[in-house]
Write a protein that binds this ligand. Structure first.
Ligand code: ATP
Length: 435
């Protein structure tokens, strides 16, 4: 299967089974805006929960934050976004399409000035107006990154938690960028979600700390099942670094359309806190109460996209297999990510006792895991349906279950089946999915 075919099949599965729909489709859709459906919203939530568990709940040097999308416009002056958050764009005079200059090939760049216009700077921030007044004083931006919400709250977090360095603040939330060329499904959108950490440490520790975060973030994707040969680290060249960064390494995934960035891990130095201190006039230095020193900490920033991670998990999990001469599509999602953990399926839906037993099992399991009941097709078809959406286990209730109080538990990946006593089932399932 070609890579383009693979991408088409993933997009079509996402639509067919309720993972991802085109935004406002009934009106013809809005280009490059996507909505997560019933299963997609579960998957995306699981991605965010896995991240939060890993970087906040399982560490004692991290806290969370949930800052507003709208911020004081001076934020973006201080951060440099008002001036520097630009991409160079060129127009193709023949097709009238716009491209990012840095996305052009060498050959295409040679045609700048002839086929393409000279590159122009284009600010990526989306602007909006607050309140009823129509003048520019009410103009604000939709944040282009969640990071600044963390920097402007640095002092609030310090004062309210009495944290000592090193420590970090994590946040998940929407960001907006008026991308010149969006595309590749949810890979590049104008509205997307980020998972960002600002980790504050000393200048001396910053390089070692940067290296630790690069390794930890790379490992996170591996731990959630991404195949190692589809993942790599790519250190940035000097010419690629953002205006504030001392160093940056990307985690890249081999998407069906090629290697591309999932997450960037940057050393932002003390740039942001210094800038905000200067523009706001507030002392944002860290006060070490033991040594009585005051200084601006250095910041290591692992910054990933929720949507890109979700797409990578979907693409990596997508498998087409042949089982007993018949095709099987299966999403081999990690157990933490699978939207539905268990499907309970009655073998004979006309048998009221079997149906009652299956429904009871489902209600019981629902207390601890996501679980569905389905009796709308024959068992072979029910299995295929669940495989296609990555359901981890199928539990089948049959005539014998009524006698021996056992059910058949089928593993999604191996398709192996085992009989388990109903009164042991909950423990079996909870053991598998607890942390
Ligand atoms: P790119 O070079 O692909 O435009 P970037 O380097 O500008 O990305 P960052 O500013 O480092 O991206 O943002 C951090 C993360 O946010 C990215 O690694 C990506 O996962 C996510 N992200 C950035 N822009 C988008 C977008 N337009 N759509 C979806 N996710 C995005």
């Amino acid at each position: 299967m070609s890579n383009a075919d693979l991408m088409d099949r993933i997009v079509s599965l996402c639509k067919r089974r309720g993972f991802i729909f085109q935004s406002s489709e009934i009106y013809g859709g809005l280009a490059n805006a996507w909505d997560y459906g019933p299963l997609g919203s579960e998957l995306k939530r699981n991605v965010k929960n896995a991240w939060w568990r890993c970087v906040v709940h399982s560490r004692d040097d991290m806290v969370g934050l949930d800052a507003a999308i709208l911020m004081h416009p001076d934020t973006w002056k201080a951060s440099g976004h008002a001036e520097n958050f630009t991409d160079l764009l060129v127009d193709d005079k023949e097709t009238k399409k716009r491209y990012r200059y840095d996305h052009l090939t060498e050959e295409e760049r040679a045609k700048v000035g002839t086929r393409y216009t000279e590159p122009r700077e284009f600010n990526l921030m989306l602007r909006t107006q607050l309140g009823a007044v129509g003048d520019t004083s009410a103009e604000v931006y939709l944040r282009p990154e969640t990071a600044q919400g963390i920097f402007v709250n640095f002092k609030n977090v310090l004062d309210s938690t009495s944290r000592r360095l090193p420590f970090g603040i994590a946040q998940i939330g929407k960001s907006f960028r008026n991308e010149i060329t969006a595309g590749n499904f949810v890979f590049r959108m104008r509205e997307f979600e980020q998972m960002e950490i600002e980790y504050f440490t000393t200048a001396e520790d910053s390089e070692a700390c940067h290296e630790r975060w690069i390794q930890e973030r790379f490992q996170w994707y591996l731990d959630l099942g991404i195949r190692a040969d589809n993942l790599k680290l790519r250190p940035h060249g000097e010419d690629e670094l953002a205006h504030y960064a001392k160093g940056c390494t990307d985690v890249e995934y081999r998407f069906p359309f090629g290697w591309a960035e999932l997450e960037g891990i940057a050393n932002r130095t003390d740039y942001d806190l210094k800038q905000h201190a200067e523009l706001s006039g507030k002392d944002l230095r860290y006060h070490d109460k033991i040594t009585n020193e005051r200084y601006f900490p250095y910041v290591i920033e692992p910054s990933g996209g929720v949507d890109r991670a979700t797409l990578a998990f979907l693409a990596d999990a997508y498998h087409e297999e042949e089982v007993e001469g018949r095709p099987r599509v299966v999403l081999k999602l990690h157990r933490d990510l699978a939207p539905t953990k268990v499907a309970v399926l009655p073998l004979l839906k006309k048998n009221a006792d079997i149906v009652a037993m299956a429904k009871n099992i489902k209600s019981d399991l629902l207390k601890s895991v996501t679980c569905v009941y389905d009796d709308t097709a024959a068992i072979g078809k029910l299995y295929r349906r669940q495989d296609e959406v990555g359901t981890f286990y199928c539990v089948t209730v049959d005539v014998e279950s009524l006698e021996d109080k056992q059910v058949t538990v089928r593993d999604r990946d191996t398709m192996q089946q085992q009989r388990i006593a109903v009164d042991q089932l909950k423990n079996f399932i909870n053991d598998k999915f607890s942390h």
